[in-house]
Design a protein around this ligand. Structure first.
Ligand SMILES: [Zn+2]
Length: 250
């Protein structure tokens, strides 16, 4: 039974037995991991307050080949999100984003890019007021891209022509785009050129820079996010709940 040591992000916790909890972690080295933290609810727990939502913690756990749940042994806070998680908007946004990770990622499948992107987004959102909207859109885009669901929005699906920077596109049911020449005039799903510009900016920028660059572009971010929700729903095969308030301990 090997002892694993890795950095991780706390995504969610569920009550288990009297003093125990299941902790859902996005680990850097082993992807999504669910672990039992025995005695975590006791006053003098060895885990202290390490498992606050969206904190970055270094954990040690025992992994048995045949069992999906790992046995958490140690947790040490690398970076606490305690202050930020006191803000209901932060909590709602990251509960939603954490649920997306849990839905998209298979367990025990390491993906360091997703890990680094998640950690960076939490750090930017925790540090800067007003960054939740751009950080959320950045996260949705990158998760779709890294999970392999992001269509190429730079070219028309049918004629393969590269879209002009100021060209509106039709978003199709398969979530590819058509140019103005191939598109239907009465499309009810238009992907604005500004939203494609936002998506391109997110592709090349770090989340902190992106968040600053997007100041004053709320309408474009909201439009793009609505389009990304369609992609997410289609990828998951169900409607996504969006940012409904989610209970943390269910
Ligand atoms: Zn075309």
């Amino acid at each position: 039974m090997p002892l694993v040591e890795t950095e991780s992000v706390v995504l969610k916790t569920h009550d288990l037995a009297e003093a125990d909890r299941i902790i859902v972690l996005l680990t850097r080295d082993h992807g999504l991991v669910r672990g039992v933290a025995k005695g975590v609810k006791r006053l003098k727990s060895r885990f202290g307050s390490a498992f606050e939502p969206f904190s970055i913690v270094r954990v040690e756990y025992f992994q048995k080949d045949s069992v999906e749940l790992v046995a958490l042994q140690k947790a040490e806070i690398v970076r606490s999100s305690f202050a930020a998680a006191g803000d209901p908007d932060f909590l709602r946004k990251f509960s939603y984003l954490g649920d997306l990770l849990i839905s998209f990622l298979p367990p025990h499948d390491p993906n360091e890019k997703v890990y680094r992107m998640t950690r960076a987004c939490i750090e930017v959102a925790a540090a800067g007021a007003g960054s939740l909207l751009p950080v959320g859109v950045y996260f949705e885009l990158w998760l779709l891209r890294l999970a392999g669901y992001m269509p190429d929005w730079s070219r028309c699906r049918d004629c393969r022509r590269e879209l002009d920077a100021d060209e509106a596109a039709d978003l199709l049911a398969d979530l590819h785009v058509l140019c103005t020449r191939c598109g239907r005039a009465a499309s009810n799903r238009t992907l604005h050129p500004e939203a494609r510009g936002v998506a391109e900016a997110a592709r090349i920028m770090a989340p902190g820079v992106f968040s600053l660059e997007m100041a004053g572009r709320e309408a474009d971010l909201v439009h793009l996010s609505a389009m990304l929700r369609l992609l997410i729903s289609s990828a998951l095969g169900r409607e996504v709940a969006g940012e409904m308030p989610l209970p943390l301990h269910t």
